[in-house]
Design a protein around this ligand. Structure first.
Ligand code: ZN
Length: 478
């Protein structure tokens, strides 16, 4: 969910300047108060019409004043005359100039903000960013082509370096003159402790990158209609990634994307790969340098991935309940041959089964989106995206899981693991048993799962597997 601040910027971006009280009722009270405190909005005249909330039609209705300024009502064809609280008629108008001022303040720019195009473009000031002094501008898209802003910047500062922070302008527009750079303001700012904060580290990153050889245009990888992100697999190497989608395999160098290997989105991509696709919001904050919120970081990675592959939908979904983000595609680091744990899986979902030949079948339910064809029983139309859970099973040798040495002998952990499977998931070992702790560590590394795979049961003084265990091997007496 976008914060109140972001929602207001979204509206500013399209030139919708008035917010009415009814809309704010759904918003987080604290965030709304915080935003009011920033002065982005000024209270304006009371609304003259309102959307009817009585009949379910949601029609507009004009306000009639029974006692001017004191008692108001509106008419509804089905529900009659409805009294309305005056608080519901309050309205606020956004102050774009104030948004420019706040942005200048967040960048510690001295001096005054100057309006270059009425209500569309402001010159904020000058500072060092990304290795050189630049003039900073704030612009609102809302139907104004970037070229118009760019020309106004030219005539204001000539051919000097400029950074244009905009709302609602297309990212990476063609035809910006050399020396002018554009960044989407909404994705580099947030409100924190009643202040607007800009992620200067990230902005520096982006500007530093723009000094590197010009971006080669990377054609998007074609995908057949109906292909989903779940059919995509990405293997991340140090300086490039290998993307497999719909039978096409392509290597994409990070430099081709116009970003450096050490930049935030690539750093985040690598963290997702190391964790096999799922990261908690807190972890994202800890893992990647900079002041941005996890949401903004994920947004930038999304913006990097989406143009690469010709697939609709969100490649990185937010799970609000779990406060985590999950790649909808398979992702791993190169050289990491572990189990391909699907997004969102936990130890409780996994089953390890020992086959008679000693190999291990690992199963996990995997949600798959598919397009339902024809009419459903309840009459829903064709083409709906449904989701179903299918059990994915893969067979591994103990060598592949790292529990048997190349000499063919089980490691100590391997021995414990086999015992565990044959005993339906219990191990009579002490809490500080190093081998058990090492086994748990190996299993975490192999699956990329965070939680504990084995739990100590104090009452019985034994370990119990969180995942399901079974074996076809008849336990022989030792
Ligand atoms: Zn009505």
């Amino acid at each position: 969910m976008r914060t109140v601040w972001q929602q207001l910027l979204d509206r500013l971006a399209i030139g919708e300047m008035v917010v009415c009280a009814d809309e704010t009722r759904r918003w987080d009270k604290k965030q709304w108060q915080e935003t009011l405190g920033l002065g982005l909005l000024r209270e304006t005249e009371l609304a003259e019409s309102i959307i009817c909330d009585q009949c379910g039609e949601g029609h507009w209705a004009g306000i009639h004043w029974e006692v001017p300024g004191v008692k108001a009502c509106f008419g509804c064809d089905t529900e009659g005359v409805i009294d309305i609280e005056i608080d519901r008629l309050r309205q606020w108008r956004m102050d774009a100039g104030r948004a420019a001022g706040l942005t200048a303040g967040a960048l510690d720019l001295p001096g005054t903000v100057e309006m270059l195009l009425p209500d569309r473009l402001w010159r904020l000031g000058r500072r060092r960013l990304g290795g050189r002094y630049r003039e900073i501008f704030f612009g609102i898209g809302a139907g104004v082509p970037v070229s118009a802003m760019s020309t106004a910047i030219r005539s204001s500062i000539g051919a000097g370096s400029a950074l244009l922070l905009t709302l609602g302008s297309k990212a990476n527009p063609e035809g910006l003159p050399a020396g002018q750079h554009l960044l989407d303001l909404a994705s580099v700012c947030h409100v924190e402790n009643d202040r607007l904060v800009l992620d200067v580290d990230y902005i520096e990153d982006r500007l530093a990158e723009s000094g590197v050889p010009a971006r080669k245009s990377t054609a998007s990888i074609p995908a057949a209609a109906g292909t989903t992100w779940r059919q995509v697999s990405i293997i991340v190497f140090e300086s490039f990634m290998e993307i497999t989608a719909g039978g096409t395999v392509r290597e994409v160098a990070f430099s081709e994307l116009g970003v450096e290997q050490a930049s935030q989105p690539i750093e985040l991509l690598k963290c997702f790969a190391a964790a096999r696709g799922t990261l908690g919001a807190e972890k994202i904050k800890d893992l990647v340098a900079g002041a941005s919120l996890p949401k903004a970081r994920v947004l930038r990675l999304r913006q990097l991935l989406q143009p690469l592959i010709d697939i609709d939908g969100d490649p990185i979904e937010h799970n609000r309940k779990a406060a985590s983000y999950s790649c909808q595609f398979e992702i791993r680091l190169a050289g990491d041959d572990g189990f391909r744990t699907p997004a969102g899986a936990t130890w409780l979902d996994l089953t390890f089964h020992e086959r008679e030949d000693g190999r291990i079948i690992v199963s996990v339910p995997e949600k798959r989106k598919f397009r339902a064809h024809g009419l459903n029983v309840d009459g829903r139309g064709t083409g709906e995206v449904a989701e179903r859970s299918a059990l994915t099973s893969r067979t591994y040798s103990l060598e592949e899981i790292g529990l048997r040495a190349e000499s063919g002998r089980l490691t100590e952990e391997g021995h414990e693991f086999v015992t565990l499977l044959r005993a339906s998931g219990t191990l009579a070992r002490r809490g500080n048993d190093m081998t058990v702790l090492q086994l748990a560590k190996r299993l975490r590394a192999w699956t990329g799962l965070d939680g504990e795979p084995l739990r100590l049961i104090e009452a019985t003084g034994s370990w119990s597997a969180v995942f399901a265990c079974s074996s076809e091997v008849v336990q022989t007496t030792k």
